[in-house]
Write a protein that binds this ligand. Structure first.
Ligand code: 5GP
Length: 178
């Protein structure tokens, strides 16, 4: 499948995304109160979401960035998670909040939750994803926080790419089948 900009249908507008980000941040502000959080942004896809989300969080917060990849090329998940750069500080006794773009099969989320829980005794480990593609799930992982449910579409924009492109779009779109 090739995806051209002119083929894209909008799934979520910039306004819908920003509204959802604020709602998620509100839930987190209520949950964590003034407790310190280590927010871990999973590069590259979650970058826009993580940046917008943390700007709405009010607790003392540190940001970390890790880089994973699971999709090789194209639009089909390989199911294999590849750690490109996962150097993290000491997370023992910390409230850890993992920020992802989308949970699809769940392999990435499971890999990360296992990695953190096997290497650290955190105070809490929560997983937040902007999008949840439940229909594709093959693991038993569920995000603690998510923005939108989506069906079996390959989406791009707002950090999500197709072969490296479209991360800069302010909306989330998909290729309509014509
Ligand atoms: P999972 O490990 O849950 O199968 O996949 C998670 C990763 O696959 C996401 O972080 C994202 O990078 C990629 N991915 C899954 N679905 C989509 C999609 O619809 N569009 C894009 N651009 N990436 C996706």
């Amino acid at each position: 499948m090739e995806i051209k900009l002119e083929d894209l249908e909008i799934l979520f507008t910039e306004e819908q995304i920003q509204q959802k980000v604020k709602e998620l941040a509100e839930k987190m502000n209520n949950y964590y109160k003034n407790e310190e959080v280590i927010a871990i942004c999973v590069l590259k896809g979650a970058v826009m979401f993580a940046i917008d989300l943390v700007k709405n969080l009010k607790m003392p917060l540190k940001m970390e960035f890790i880089r994973l990849s699971s999709y090789g090329t194209g639009t089909v998940s390989t199911g294999k998670v590849h750690a490109v750069d996962i150097s993290l500080p000491d997370l023992n006794d910390k409230n850890v909040l993992i920020i992802e773009d989308i949970v699809d099969t769940g392999h990435t989320a499971k890999f990360l939750m296992d990695f953190i829980n096997n290497n650290f005794k955190t105070k809490s480990t929560k997983f937040c994803s902007l999008l949840d593609k439940k229909i594709s799930r093959v693991t038993d992982i569920e995000p603690d926080y998510y923005g939108f449910d989506i069906d079996d579409k390959f989406v791009v924009g707002y950090g999500l790419d197709y072969e490296g492109y479209y991360r800069n779009l302010r909306y989330i779109g998909y290729k309509a089948i014509v």
